[in-house]
Design a protein around this ligand. Structure first.
Ligand code: NAD
Length: 365
């Protein structure tokens, strides 16, 4: 339904904006400019079949507008799939603010951005993403109620994200080893930031052997001593003797080079877009007998937490919903095995089928 041809690198003249939208099947793009505050932003609403489009706002120093456009198109489409497969009544959207998050933030800029969000009349609900703090969101909230992740509300989504990842990892272990116990399993967690550290805690509680890497020496030292994890080098992590690789830092770490070294049974982590090229690396992973747990399904705890805030549901509800990732992982991996299709394709199919099916419910009476 949302087949995407790779048009990332093509010039705008070759693939103008609406053509790009059509390739990704986006509903709406809102380009925002305000010279007085310096705001330059793009809000992308990918699909609202299931409900208002929810997805964070990212502030980033893009090299050019094309980079920002492609990022917002790709990220908003990803939110449609993530929200759909998680059973949430939310569509997919995302926003990017073009600028340096360390230098260009101001109350006025975020309030102006809030006015643009408000102009969409509830079709898009925003939240924090890379480069955005809870304080920034309180400014956005002065101009619109279509914001989640505010201080004092649903709070840091990372514990819910980590819990969902842990549940999915256990389900994958059940299929790969016949038991979902992670006791004694060698798990390599790449990046022990917000999500990574919570994941390490779950693993420690279950008696896994934990290996960690991070670019921050201080973080590494602290997490290593607190949870008894073994520190490994940034590039060494792919080649170590491990059962489970849990990428919790960057995207695209499952690629041609790392797949020559990776010798694990399961790939399950919180990072977005772990497969450098889905169609290539999803197939290689499957052919090697590894289970790749699709990232957008596995790391949905964060958006589940946001949904709880939108609907006024409790933190307990969010954790319960995140625990459903266990059964969803079983379903995807079992289908992947029985149909001989990579897990990412099964996950995409499930997300698309729900949109198609609920789309029928929403036809006008
Ligand atoms: P974070 O910034 O708190 O943590 C990322 C950690 O990775 C940092 O400690 C950083 O130093 C480390 N890192 C960066 N480059 C690295 C490298 N090359 N090797 C090893 N470590 C490196 O971010 P987070 O909130 O923990 O999110 C982690 C990942 O999960 C991100 O990809 C994020 O997009 C994704 N994610 C997070 C959530 C959430 O709820 N926070 C939800 C969904 C997805």
């Amino acid at each position: 339904m949302f087949e995407v041809k790779d048009i990332k690198e093509t010039a705008l003249a070759e693939n103008p904006v609406v053509e790009r939208m059509s390739k990704y099947n986006h509903e709406q793009l809102l380009f925002c400019n305000d010279n007085a505050t310096g705001l330059k932003a793009i809000i992308a609403v990918h699909n609202t079949t299931l409900g208002p489009a929810l997805g964070g706002t990212r502030m980033w120093s893009y090299n050019n507008e094309l980079e920002a456009l492609n990022d917002v198109l790709r990220l908003s489409r990803g939110m449609t799939y993530k929200n759909s497969i998680s059973g949430l009544n939310l569509g997919g959207g995302k926003a990017v603010i073009i600028g340096d998050a360390r230098k260009q933030k101001s109350e006025a800029l975020f309030r102006r951005f809030g006015k643009f969000v408000e102009s969409l009349g509830g079709k898009y609900i925003t939240a924090e993403d890379v480069g955005i703090s809870p304080q920034d969101m309180t400014w956005v909230n002065m101009e619109t109620n279509n914001v989640v992740g505010l201080p004092g509300k649903s709070g840091d989504p990372s514990p819910v994200t980590a819990y969902g990842c842990y549940m999915g990892m256990k389900a994958a272990a059940k299929i790969q080893y016949g038991s979902d116990s992670l006791e004694g399993k060698k798990v390599a967690v790449q990046g022990v930031g917000h999500v990574g550290e919570y994941l390490v805690k779950h693993l420690k509680d279950e008696g896994a052997q934990i290996f960690i890497s991070d670019i921050h020496e201080e973080t590494l030292k602290r997490v290593s001593s607190e949870y008894g994890a073994t520190v490994v080098g940034l590039d060494d992590i792919y080649g170590i003797d491990m059962d489970i690789y849990a990428p919790c830092a960057l995207g695209a770490t499952v690629n041609d080079a790392t797949l020559e070294q990776l010798n694990c049974a399961i790939i399950a982590g919180a990072a977005n877009n772990q497969l450098a090229d889905e169609s290539v690396h999803g197939e290689i992973v499957k052919s090697k007998g590894m289970i790749y747990v699709p990232d957008f399904m596995l790391n949905a705890g964060g958006v589940i937490n946001c949904y709880a805030e939108v609907k006024g549901l409790s933190a307990e509800w969010a954790m319960g919903k995140a625990s459903e990732i266990y059964d969803r992982t079983l379903e995807i991996v079992n289908r992947s095995n029985s149909e001989g299709i990579p897990t990412y394709k099964i996950a995409n199919k499930i997300a698309e089928e729900r949109i198609e099916s609920i789309g029928k419910v929403k036809l006008p009476l």
